[in-house]
Design a protein around this ligand. Sequence first.
Ligand SMILES: [Zn+2]
Length: 441
Amino acid sequence: MPFCSTDVPRWQMFAADALMTHPGDIIAHAGMAVEHGRIMAVGPVDQLRSRFPEMAEQHFPGHILCPGFVNAHTHLELSFLRGKIPGPIAFPDWVLQLFAEMPQSSDAADVITNAVKNGVAECMRFGVTTVGDITRWPEFTRSALAGGPLRVVSFGEITALGKRRDFLQARLNAALNNQAAGEYVSIGVSPHAPYSVEGPALQQVVTAAESHQVPLAMHLAENIEEGAFLATLDGPLGRSWPFMQKLDILDEHVPRFVGGPIRWGRQYGLLADKNLKNKAGLRAIPIVLAHVNYADDAELKILADSGASVAWCPRTHTYFGHHRRGEHPWQKMLERSIPVCLATDSLASNPDLSLLHEARHVWQCHPQISPVVLMEMITTRPAQALGLSEHIGRLAAGFSADAVLLPLDPSTGTDSAAICAAMVHIAPEPAAVWVMGRQVK
Ligand SMILES: [Zn+2]
């Protein structure tokens, strides 16, 4: 994805009471010098002024400049469903309601395009400058996103199960279509979930993603019933599900698998051991697993060995009542160095697309978590999950000037833990937002 920009002033300097290069590193009275949307230098304002004396400067007292927030898992096209399906609700029932609300094919282009635009506006409002966006309608969403202002990794969604397994190639082609790729949009693929993509199809999608070197996202271990479905094709996500009965796609050729969705993912190449892959000379692609609400110790080891990232969606976790079956294993994931980030999922299961609200929700439920880690979960970690860790998620030389300006009480001081705690506790709306040096709010 190119990150240069031509319609912003060639030189710009932004300065504030503090600048967060990343959540563990905050510089007092600092700024960033930007050329064509890319950061040339960050540091104390006095140093920048003497190094770049001719540069036009915007100064923001009472504020801190932070990296733009990164949402590794959402579905912008579902933004028309905000508040339409009240929670808490069981996941299988939610899917039934979701599909009842879907637009008819004659309306789909307008409904989906408007939903994407509203979702983008919501991201801008809350300082989210990059998203990993899952789309069933890449032909509509990507053209709506191509002109910005949001940076998007657009994961084309693929379902291929039972009697519909032959749809695989057409869906894969649509997902891999890169006509809309450019300054703002890059493409990825998203095999949907263990109850909508059968194992051999998953293997083909992984192989295609590796050969095209594009990132891959998948809903995995979101529901505890996935294991029963894989083993027997039965249960609340299988033959007992009115949605599956209506689809009428299960047949005797769907392979059964005993051992749960994470071992299934390993079996079909999604969660291969990263060291074995490296030894075989295969280049790893970024893999984002949405949710992973259920994982035991052995499964966590498989995840850790794979190098895949986890997009934990805490408010959606609550909306579907997963907390009643136990806590999300985020803490064990952190202990095992599994890259965990925070994400919102869609407005069909979450009240808004604010990552700071997501972080505040986590902190309210788990006050022992470090606020620095929480801020990493919405900046550096999701940037890594999407394969963009050399471009976004930090304010540092060589990175894109994707930044948010947040109010900062002077009494907070400049200690990174104190500032991150204030950000998470207050969850302020940004006063300004830039993507590639362009002000978008
Ligand atoms: Zn999702």
